[in-house]
Design a protein around this ligand. Structure first.
Ligand code: SF4
Ligand code: SF4
Length: 131
């Protein structure tokens, strides 16, 4: 199995520093690959990245929720989004995303479609050449 980063990821980057096998890679270009991605072939399922994420975006693959209940103002980073996000990562560096969705409290969203991009990024996306 592997851990999965979902579209709740807003590129904070804190997870990267704690991964003992360095398998978390920032997606680029962000218009096409807006999150960070976990290489499923390298992840050892240690779980160290999970508590580091300020957006609670990381799950073991078999626990990615199909009915995640949003908090007020929680964002999804998805291509169909139209809300601009400007924030900072855990190093204080600027993060800019053009396509996010701002959710309302109690809104329910299926995060399971976010599993596939983690595989695709490393199979035939830019993560492949990074290996
Ligand atoms: S810590 Fe969370 S928001 Fe930051 S890059 Fe990792 S998964 Fe994304
Ligand atoms: S579960 Fe462990 S090995 Fe897998 S991405 Fe997170 S920190 Fe890295």
């Amino acid at each position: 199995m592997t851990h999965i980063i979902t579209s709740l990821c807003l590129r904070d980057g804190g997870c990267v520093d704690v991964c003992p096998v360095e398998c978390i890679v920032p997606g680029k270009p962000t218009a096409e690959w807006p999150w960070f991605y976990i290489d499923p072939d390298t992840c050892i399922d240690c779980g160290a990245c999970v508590p580091e994420c300020p957006y609670a975006a990381i799950f073991p693959e078999d626990e990615v929720p199909n009915a995640h209940t949003a908090k007020e103002g929680q964002r999804l980073s998805r291509p169909e989004g139209a809300a601009v996000y400007d924030g900072t990562d855990h190093n204080g560096q600027a993060v800019h995303l053009d396509k996010t969705i701002v959710m309302k409290a109690g809104e329910v969203v299926d995060l399971r479609p976010d599993i596939e991009p983690n595989y695709k990024f490393f199979k035939d996306g830019p993560g492949y050449s990074a290996k």
